[in-house]
Write a protein that binds this ligand. Structure first.
Ligand SMILES: [Zn+2]
Length: 378
């Protein structure tokens, strides 16, 4: 029997370029620049999230009631973040409430899922496959970090290039309208990735510091301990998986649920993670009941990369992230036509960070359909 080629590349689809926007000045000024540049995209994202919340059983009125609590909560937790949100609202012509829907979207979403179903079997957060590479197994002696980010088709994203006087300069992918950044790194060589997790207490108490505020605080850090603290120091509304890494090669994978945290370190200088909890000692794991492919994606990526131990570079990482084993529910994920539209997931972006060179390679589409663009921190 012929071997199946799971890496078939379909270049016939569109090649949308991932845009970069430089954000400078005060937090408010940065927000205005963001809002003016992506007004239509932010409005589109608000509409898409309201649609999915409604689909999961949470109407607009309930969403806005939650948002009214998140506005002062974010102000208390991180004043600069709140100022940047206000700038986005001003620049885009949307209300602060609409912008807050995006910035607290994890917390609102998990709460919606919880209300829709006690067993959390109705909703899907971001489903992704992430990796960390220590310099010992790269061909370049560099530290790499990255992921495929799998989420709803149609969501608008871009890359922020933030220049600041009082905090580190940073490069990070974000959803249009969200201050935080999600997958990115800063001038001190600190980077982060993000995967969705589901554990049993998610959504019970949504009113905690939103994850996107925490992500910005990770990217504000000068040292690893400062980057880890915002993720684990205070209770959370829901669960997530974050790899935090430093350019010298130190890295830790944090599995975090509302009340507990697990710490996983590289084995053979390699970390991979998808959407199920690997360390069940402090939390259960629910996501694999919804998308069993998570159980295959992390070990698959680990195997694809381990084959190149000592030779890993950006091209090896690009090839691994284009893998189609189990398509459409593959590392390079494509919408499953059998699913309802609002249940569909695809790789909405593929990101490889060279923390040593302080640059990111990224796509705004499945990586098999478009070339990676390069974003250098300057
Ligand atoms: Zn693909």
């Amino acid at each position: 029997m012929d071997a199946v080629d799971y890496s078939l590349v379909d270049m016939s689809q569109q090649t949308t370029t991932l845009e970069k926007l430089e954000l400078t000045g005060s937090p408010h000024e940065r927000g205005v620049i963001h809002g003016e540049a992506f007004a239509d995209e932010i409005a589109s994202n608000v509409a898409l999230y309201l649609e999915i919340f409604e689909y999961k059983g949470t109407d607009e009125k309930t969403v806005y009631e939650q948002v009214d609590e998140f506005i002062p909560l974010i102000e208390d937790e991180n004043k600069e973040y709140a100022e940047e949100m206000k700038g986005i609202a001003e620049g885009s012509g949307l209300s602060l409430e609409e912008v807050t829907i995006l910035n607290a979207r994890y917390e609102v979403m998990y709460s919606a899922f919880k209300q829709a179903a006690d067993e959390l079997d109705e909703g899907l957060p971001d489903a992704c496959t992430a990796f960390g590479i220590q310099p010992e197994i790269s061909s370049t002696d560099h530290t790499y970090l990255g992921q495929n980010w799998d989420w709803m088709p149609g969501l608008e994203t871009f890359v922020m290039d933030i220049k600041r006087d009082n905090k580190p300069n940073m490069v990070a992918m974000t959803e249009a309208g969200i201050v935080g950044g999600k997958i990115g790194f800063n001038e001190h060589g600190i980077g982060m990735t993000l995967n969705g997790l589901i554990t049993e207490k998610d959504g019970e108490d949504p009113f905690n510091k939103p994850y996107h505020v925490r992500f910005r605080e990770v990217l504000d850090a000068r040292r690893m301990d400062e980057a880890i603290a915002p993720l684990i120091s205070t209770p959370r509304a829901c669960s997530a998986n974050v790899i935090v890494a430093h350019e010298v090669g130190e890295m830790v994978n944090l599995e975090i649920s509302p009340q507990s945290s697990n710490y996983i370190y590289p084995q053979n200088h390699l970390l991979t993670h998808a959407n199920h909890v690997e360390d069940r000692s402090t939390m259960n794991s629910e996501f694999e009941k919804l998308i069993p492919d998570t159980l295959c994606r992390a070990p698959r990526l680990k195997r694809l990369l381990a084959q190149h131990e000592g030779d890993i570079d950006v091209d090896v990482l690009k090839n691994a992230l284009q893998d189609h084993f189990g398509r459409p529910n593959s590392i390079c994920r494509h919408p499953n036509e059998e699913d309802e539209k609002l249940d569909q997931l695809q790789t909405n972006g593929s990101y490889i960070m060279d923390l040593t060179e302080k640059c990111m390679f990224g796509t705004g589409q499945p990586p098999c359909t478009t070339e990676y663009a390069e974003f250098q921190l300057t």
